[in-house]
Ligand binder design. Structure first.
Ligand SMILES: [Zn+2]
Length: 497
């Protein structure tokens, strides 16, 4: 009896599990079976491997072959099992050394002509390899990504033959280079947006305190243009944040070619997006738009046009920063700490409140349209910003506007104050709970009386009151002010109505 072992992974949310791939050759009728809860793509591995090895002149002997994937109770999905199974078979056939291959986690899909194709999830697998003190064998295109997994040996062959030759000391596969994707924010600078100072200030406050915001304005007022410039005024991703973002992109099969994602994500799903596309799940349990927006911005244009189910499903992640997806056998949890920026027309036709064009069915047109967003959903937006369309003469005016870089400097200062106050590198005003907020906020009598008036006048709930305080706190931070002053609260109130 001959036996060889290699390792691979199975994906369950962001945390992959180590899977042992055992291959055994035994005397008997020629059959090739894969056991251990394998799905169809895994079962098809047999045919790909058999054909590929035949092409290399390394025919699998006609005997009883058993592939066992353990632990047996975990569902195995995907085509990345090709490579570890092929390596273990080659191990039993004494073409590659058995004692070498068991030191690696391998993943990759094999084609009939012997190429190794890219597969999702290489970065989290590399992190797992490091944890288990193993190396990783992955497709060539995924090599730079695998290098971010830590101090491990990365073999990234383009062809199956290369890895065979490497183990036979006929060639040496070089360790790939970990690269950084250079941030490319050109063309998305705040200085391209003329006027709109109120909206720009709102975005600056949102960036500084991590607040969710909603822009309301007629079509063509520049809401999308403003939203797309938010990532440019957000602080750079920290190393840890960049790794987390890349892991999710890797699982979705969307890793950047060069390795680590370095720019804050900006996702703008269309309003016709399905629920699984939005929150994740579906047949493969992939992360959805809200997880792809983790540590970045989720932009929802035409907010009321999104399905009710989609909008309601955002409430949990907006509160907790993660999403749990239930599948038949497992629960997957994906991180989803994003900043939500939404935009909507004031009414269905788009012209309610416009001085030049009349809304045909005011005010019912606006009421019906705005009612499509539930109260609890509306409650998640800290800032509500009216955006007016520019007049023709304003559009043509030559103006020098402030650049994103200058705004970013102010945002970074305000964030530094928050990190110091909350003693945490990631916490911002938008994420602190009521208790922490009360500690962080000092007001005088005058400010207290304005707050009391605001509660009465706008009929603020406890939640609404805390939201007002959070935004006031951020505005004070932008002014490097230790206490919240009258003008801070008044400005915060201007983003409520
Ligand atoms: Zn209308």
């Amino acid at each position: 009896m001959k036996l060889a072992t290699c390792y691979t992974v199975a994906f369950f949310g962001v945390q992959p599990k180590l899977i042992e791939v055992q291959v055994q050759f035994a005397p008997g009728l020629p059959v090739f079976t894969i056991v251990g809860l394998a799905d169809k793509a895994v079962a098809e591995s047999r045919e790909r491997i058999r054909a590929c090895l035949h092409g290399l002149g390394m025919d699998i002997p006609a005997i009883r072959i058993t592939v066992n994937l353990t632990p047996a109770d975990l569902q195995k999905e995907g085509s990345h099992y090709d490579l570890p199974i092929a390596l273990a078979i080659l191990g039993v056939m004494k073409i590659v050394p058995i004692e070498e291959i068991k030191n690696y986690i391998a993943l990759g899909e094999i084609t009939l002509d012997g190429r190794i194709l890219s597969v999702p999830g290489v970065l989290p697998s590399a992190l797992l390899s490091a944890e288990h003190g193993k190396g990783i064998i992955c497709p060539k295109d995924c090599g730079p990504e695998a290098c971010w997994g830590g101090n491990i040996c990365v073999l990234a062959p383009k062809y199956l033959l290369e890895i065979i030759q490497h183990f036979r000391n006929e060639i040496i596969l070089q360790q790939p280079e970990p690269k950084l994707e250079e941030p490319n924010l050109s063309g998305f600078d705040m200085k391209d947006v003329k006027y709109q100072h109120f909206a720009k200030r709102g975005l600056e406050i949102a960036a500084a305190g991590g607040h969710n915001l909603l822009m309301i304005g007629p079509p063509g007022a520049g809401k999308s243009m403003l939203a797309s410039r938010l990532p440019g005024i957000l602080p750079k991703l920290s190393a840890k944040e960049a790794l987390d973002v890349t892991v999710i992109h890797s699982l979705a099969g969307m890793s950047p070619k060069d390795g680590l994602v370095k720019i804050r994500p900006f996702r703008d799903p269309h309003h016709s997006a399905s629920l699984p596309a939005m929150v994740g799940g579906g047949q493969k349990g992939k992360p959805g738009e809200i997880s792809l927006a983790h540590n970045g911005v989720l932009f929802l244009d035409e907010l009321p046009e999104f399905s009710r189910g989609c909008l309601e499903s955002l409430r949990q992640p907006l509160e907790t920063g993660s999403i749990t997806i239930a599948r038949v056998q497992h629960h997957y949890t994906y991180p989803a700490r994003f900043q939500c920026v939404a935009a909507m027309n004031p009414c269905r036709c788009g012209y309610f409140g416009d001085a030049d064009r009349q809304c045909s069915r005011a005010p019912k047109c606006a009421q019906d349209y705005q009612q499509k967003i539930s109260g609890p959903m509306m409650d998640r937006f800290d800032l509500i910003i009216p955006v007016q369309a520019l007049k023709p003469e304003e559009l043509q005016a030559e103006r020098k506007e402030e650049s994103s870089y200058k705004i970013l400097l102010r945002v970074e200062n305000a964030r530094a104050l928050q990190h110091k106050r909350y003693d945490c590198q990631l916490r911002v005003n938008a994420h602190v709970d009521g208790e922490m907020l009360d500690k962080a906020v000092r007001t005088d009598k005058e400010v207290d009386s304005i707050l009391q008036q605001a509660i009465k006048r706008y009929n603020l709930s406890a939640r609404g009151y805390h939201r007002l305080l959070r935004v006031s706190r951020t505005i004070a931070d932008l002014g490097a002010c230790e206490n919240i002053l009258k003008q801070h609260v008044l400005e915060a109130l201007s983003y409520r109505i």
